[in-house]
Design a protein around this ligand. Sequence first.
Ligand SMILES: [Zn+2]
Length: 353
Amino acid sequence: MDRSKICWVSWDNICQPKDKGGLDIKNLESFNDSLLCKWKWRCLNDLSASWFNLLHFRYGSFAANFLYGEGRESLKHASIWWRDMWKTGGAEEGGWFVNNISSILGDGNNIAFWKEQWLGMEPLCELYPSLFQKSTHKDACISNMGIWNNNMWSWKLNWMEALDDADIESLNELHQLLEQVRPNIASSDRRRWSSNSDGSFSVRSTYMVLQDKRVGTTLDTNTVTALKRLWKNNVPSKVSVFGWRLLLEKLPTREALFCKGIITNNHERSCVFCFKEVEDIQHIFFTCCITSQIWQKIFVWLGTNVIPFEDVTSHFTLFGELAKGNHSKQIRHIIWLATTWSIWRTRNNIIFR
Ligand SMILES: [Zn+2]
């Protein structure tokens, strides 16, 4: 098996921001979905765009497609771009696109009374399904569900058949909700993208929503703190990435390779420095009779007490804590990285050369 192909840290974790233990590498799938969402958002809100009428003619109401999940039956004749856009954040993906939108009532000309979420936490068709079934105006926008009379707004709901007792009870409840709101002819309906504090849409906020959904392993606070310190050091990126793998304990030691079934011979698990013990991260870097002597010499050189090994992250953190002042702490962390990097390089030279 080709060792370079083994996934030591999952891709979802690698694409997380650095403060969450990742390398902040762009996840192209999430980024692509965010760009498609930008188009969805523009279709819903950019009513004066030159392409608006053309697309509207071809695919019908954008709100129906993207907010109420209609239009599935015509997908097979649609372009790949439209199909991808239609599916992104739709019902099959937990409806995260719609869930991030709230509709704000203005003149009521663009928000569908029954189907869009504008009053409360869910659309009225889901809150009152029986009333919705009996309504004569299932697709009507809010401004068509009432009339203005001398500046007074009255709601007018019409039914295809007689309402039963349960319906009348629901209708009373609905009227109580509606009494609190009315259209405002002086302003247009708006939509807010709730992931952005100012309500505007951005690819970045969408990408963050998607990355949050992809969170892999949650790291403990000690590791998160150690990683934050790691990234502050001005060392070559290959050393930082090595340090990141070491702190996450994701280096391909012989024991790790044995556990993954890549080496099967028992004696291949041994440490190449002492040939006495199994080579895992704790042994090769800290407790091996050879490497522990290196640390002893470093502690003598720095004039501090030896830090007993507990785990990798606390060794790294404590090593920095021995110094006073942020600059000295940073130098200590660089010494720590240089030491572990040299140990790993020497070990690799023995194995591969
Ligand atoms: Zn050893």
